[in-house]
Design a protein around this ligand. Structure first.
Ligand code: NAP
Length: 334
């Protein structure tokens, strides 16, 4: 039997890393990744870390480049992970966020239709828990599920909601196998350094090594449902292997504050009272904050057989230990 082929947008991102490794190493796929930009600085890094990925230049904002990528690869599966994905940045660049995170989805779906491969290709859309917005009136006790009301609280969340609905619309209109995974926060050693979890794990490692004194952070009370990215990409793949296309929530069913994350991260380097190391910086607060996100993954557990494996404390430990090694190496510390 010939190898299955996957085309991934967002190959330079955290999930692109985990998903491409999973598809290649555990499922034997031939993996193609879309990389954007003239002389993308992450090109060399991807070549080094993921040498098995065949890179194709294209941009979610350019339909013709997407068409050519899809036509030349003729993939069995497309995973649309590409996005302006940082909530804080989306407030500062709301129109760019709409162009990439919302309009990029229809560009990709239309490019699939123009090739005429829409009945052959299975499509995964990276939807987000930020579409729920965490407001108290729409929050079910056991956590958000596939039926919960949406109330996005950022340009990112609003853009993701467009991507979510247009994916559903193409499934219903053109009988495409197109699914949305509504994923709650997932982190890990490949998380972008702008995200709060990685910012903390890196800073804690540097404090431990004497390379940094303080961490500048915004609000510490927001709560998130945090899992490990390596577990979540398996759920993405499972969603494309079903008899019928459907949408699923992936979450841990637990919620923790940023303070909880700080507790565990500093404990990893033997510090109990972390407050003296924190400097509040208003620049890291948001015009509209999401208080609490908690997901209910019951449907994915029941129908896909998916379950997260890494728990919260192991996740924090894994990230701090990774950054201790990385920072030691980068700074020539034995
Ligand atoms: P990430 O690390 O921020 O990666 C985003 C990717 O999008 C990067 O590879 C980036 O490429 C690419 N991209 C940006 N603009 C693009 C454009 N115009 N054309 C093509 N690619 C473009 O995100 P992630 O954490 O891996 O998340 C993957 C997806 O899941 C994203 O859509 C995110 O919004 C969604 N999601 C993530 C989480 C989470 O907790 N991680 C939760 C729910 C949903 P460059 O290197 O060129 O910038």
């Amino acid at each position: 039997m010939s190898k299955k082929t996957a085309l991934i947008t967002g190959i330079t991102g955290q999930d692109g890393y985990h998903l491409s490794k999973f598809l290649y190493e555990e499922k034997g796929y031939e993996v193609f990744g879309i990389i954007r930009g003239q002389n993308n600085p992450r090109y060399e890094q991807v070549k080094k870390e993921l040498p098995f990925v065949k890179l194709i230049e294209a941009d979610l904002m350019d339909v013709s480049s997407l068409y050519h990528a899809i036509y030349s690869v003729s993939p069995d599966e497309i995973y649309n992970l590409g996005a302006i994905s940082f909530v804080e940045y989306s407030f500062k660049n709301p129109i760019l966020t709409a162009d990439v995170t919302a309009k990029g989805v229809i560009n990709l779906l239309e490019a699939i239709r123009i090739t005429g491969f829409e009945k052959k290709i299975r499509y995964y859309q990276a939807s987000s828990s930020e579409m729920f917005g965490g407001t108290s009136y729409n929050r079910p006790e056991k956590g958000y599920n596939e039926e919960s009301l949406f109330h996005p609280r950022s340009p990112y969340g609003v853009a993701k909601l467009y991507g979510h609905w247009i994916t559903k619309n193409y499934r219903e209109s053109y009988d495409m196998y197109a699914v949305s995974g509504i994923l709650f926060n997932h982190e890990g050693e490949h998380r972008g350094e702008e995200f709060v979890t990685r910012k903390i794990s890196k800073a804690v490692a540097r404090i431990s090594l004497g390379l940094q004194e303080k961490i500048e952070l915004g609000d510490l009370w927001p709560k998130r449902d945090w899992g490990y990215a390596g577990d979540y990409v398996k759920g993405m793949w499972l969603m494309l292997q079903q008899d019928k296309a459907d949408d699923y929530v992936l979450a841990t069913g637990e919620t923790h504050s940023i303070e909880d994350f700080l507790d565990l991260a500093f404990a990893e380097i033997g510090i109990k009272d972390w407050k003296p190391y924190i400097v509040r910086n208003e620049a890291f607060t948001r015009p509209a904050e999401v208080d609490l996100l908690l997901g209910d993954p019951a449907k994915a557990e029941r129908e896909l057989g998916w379950k997260r494996e890494v728990n919260f404390s192991d996740l924090v430990s894994l990230m701090v230990q990774h950054d201790l090694k990385e920072q030691s190496k980068l700074n020539g510390i034995e």
